[in-house]
Design a protein around this ligand. Structure first.
Ligand SMILES: *Cc1c(COP(=O)(O)O)cnc(C)c1O
Length: 398
């Protein structure tokens, strides 16, 4: 298992737990207990029950015939967009809140950038009757009003982070500070395969249900559990980690991660970490991140809020360095076109994040025998304003 985490919490050169001394007991409690808890029969029974009856799993694996014809391959869509709350993120928040309960915690904190992880966290807190505090940059709260309102209806308290640039990084700092001050009763739910060990491994394991289902569903469809390609977009990397997980050691399955190029990788308005990033410490682990010469984090840019993250998780940094995953990127323009194309060919409006994965189809040299699985991480309802604005600007569409 050379692509999964080692005993020290590293993926090759990346990972670890770079945390303030005061956070050590919290993280150590998790590290020493998480595997035993999530592997227990009791935990697995509850987790699987909620994934089935609350999240709506298994999500379908859909043969997209018109898209296949267009791109000259056999293309399946893994429909994470059909999960409760509209994206894959809930797979992780369900797992982590069950873990928090087993650890005897009564309160949950989280940080959120675009608000999607905040909503997924507020949702499971309502489900479990747990107190929920979500830190969010004040600027992000203004930009993502509907998600702030969703969290409020779900009963969560949204606390604005007013330091720094008032975005995700500042919200993360506030959440860490809160956790230091409430180590005994509070669990911190991180929303992607980022953060100090054991978070990346824990989140990847919760999301790995995606590739587990793909293997079973492909076997039913084609008699073979292994596709030729799996394609997923990468923000922090959790939906990609879940879609790749059970294929990592099957090297004949080509794994493609798609980052957001924003306005282009050479424009200063981009989020393509594998192109622009350098090794550094972000959110408590060593990974690749976009930073200035003296180590200041550069604000990323993408039209899709969920890919607007200045780094990638340590597992992906390792998968990039070893070449196990091929990283491509798609610009705003390419993603928007692919999103509209999927809407019109298959009747599925994808999240703009997921549209980046669809955009990779025209960057690969595919042939008719190739079986391709695209992880459709979320649905496009939340992105309607952006689609409409873009469509009006491109007046050929509206
Ligand atoms: C948050 C989000 C992403 C990006 O996060 P990952 O951890 O990289 O998966 C992708 N797609 C959707 C729909 C999201 O909400």
């Amino acid at each position: 298992m050379k692509y999964t985490v080692d005993k020290r919490g590293y993926y090759g050169n990346f990972g670890g737990a770079y945390i303030p001394e005061m956070l050590y007991p919290n993280v150590e409690e998790l590290r020493s207990k998480y595997e035993q808890i999530i592997e227990s029969d009791d935990f697995q029974r509850e987790f699987m029950h909620l994934l089935k009856n609350y999240v709506g799993r298994p999500t379908p694996l859909f043969l997209a015939k018109r898209l296949s014809e267009k791109h000259n391959a056999t293309i399946y869509l893994k429909r994470e967009d059909l999960c409760h709350t509209g994206a894959h993120k809930i797979n992780n928040t369900i797992g982590q809140i069950l873990l928090a309960k087993k650890l005897g915690k009564q309160k949950i904190i989280a940080e959120t950038g675009a608000g999607q992880h905040g909503v997924a966290t507020a949702t499971v807190c309502a489900l479990m009757g747990m107190e929920c505090v979500v830190y969010m940059g004040q600027l992000d709260m203004e930009r993502q009003r509907p998600n702030v309102e969703r969290m409020a209806i779900l009963g969560a308290k949204v606390v604005p982070a007013t330091s720094g640039k008032m975005t995700l990084k500042d919200a993360t700092n506030e959440a860490m500070r809160h956790w230091i001050n409430h180590p005994v009763d509070t669990h911190y739910i991180i929303g992607s395969v980022v953060g100090p060990h054991p978070y990346p491994d824990m989140v990847a394991k919760f999301q790995s249900v995606i590739s587990d289902e793909i293997k079973k569903q492909l076997t039913e469809e084609t008699g073979n559990p292994f596709p030729d390609y799996v394609i997923a977009c990468v923000g922090g990397g959790s939906n990609a980690a879940g879609a790749f997980y059970h294929f990592l050691n099957h090297e004949h399955v080509k794994l493609i991660g798609v980052e957001a190029a924003g306005k282009g990788v050479d424009t200063n308005e981009s989020a393509a970490t594998t192109v622009l990033g350098k090794i550094g410490i972000l959110h408590g682990s060593k990974s690749l991140l976009m930073q200035t010469g003296d180590g200041q984090v550069i604000e990323p840019y993408s039209i899709s809020a969920g890919l607007d993250y200045p780094g990638i998780g340590p597992m992906h940094a390792h998968l990039f360095e070893t070449g196990r995953v091929t990283f491509l990127n798609a610009t705003d323009e390419e993603a928007m076109q692919a999103g509209v194309e999927l809407s019109r060919l298959e009747g599925i409006i994808p999240a703009i994040e997921s549209a980046h994965a669809v955009a990779a189809l025209s960057k690969l040299e595919l042939n008719q025998e190739d079986v391709v699985v695209i992880n459709l991480s979320g649905r496009g309802d939340k992105d309607m304003d952006t689609y409409i604005k873009w469509g009006k600007y491109k007046s050929e569409i509206f």
